[in-house]
Design a protein around this ligand. Structure first.
Ligand code: THU
Length: 139
């Protein structure tokens, strides 16, 4: 498993590529799959504000497109001095795959850790038609 400081360096790199001209709040996300593969995301804002894409959902979409459905860690780096948790929409989308995902969030000197299960304890679920089961373990 790659060290936390290495993953934070990746999160900072992708944070620097955020497109956040309206909020000025840049977010970098690294989502680590169970086999150690890492997927990066940054927020991508739009002049039509509601179309803005969060960093976490960008990273998740890249991971799923590459064939990954189980994750062992999410690392976030944001602007400001207060470590923030993923927004509600991102919690729901992450919980589809890894409902107890460990999350580390860093902003300046602040560091916070949660599990997704703490932040989003009762996710909405439907019975999948193809045998898919959400879980935090390997696929
Ligand atoms: N944002 C994220 O990228 N992830 C979150 O979980 C919360 C918010 C972005 C969206 C927007 O570009 C900026 O942060 C301010 O809301």
């Amino acid at each position: 498993m790659e060290g936390t400081e290495d993953i934070l360096a990746k999160a900072r790199e992708v944070q620097a590529r955020a497109h956040a001209p309206y909020s000025g709040f840049r977010v970098g996300a690294v989502l680590e799959a169970h086999d150690g593969a890492m997927f990066l995301g940054c927020n991508v804002e739009n002049a039509s504000f509601g179309l803005t894409l969060c960093a976490e959902r960008g990273a998740l979409a890249a991971a799923v497109a590459a064939g990954h459905r189980a994750f062992r860690r999410l690392v976030l780096v944001t602007d400001g001095q207060e470590a923030v948790p993923p927004c509600g929409a991102c919690r729901a989308v992450l919980a589809e795959f890894s409902p107890d995902l460990p999350i580390l969030s860093v902003a300046g000197k602040a560091r916070e850790e949660w599990t997704l299960g703490e932040l989003h304890p009762l996710p909405f679920r439907l019975e999948p038609s193809n045998g898919f089961t959400a879980g935090s373990g390997p696929e």
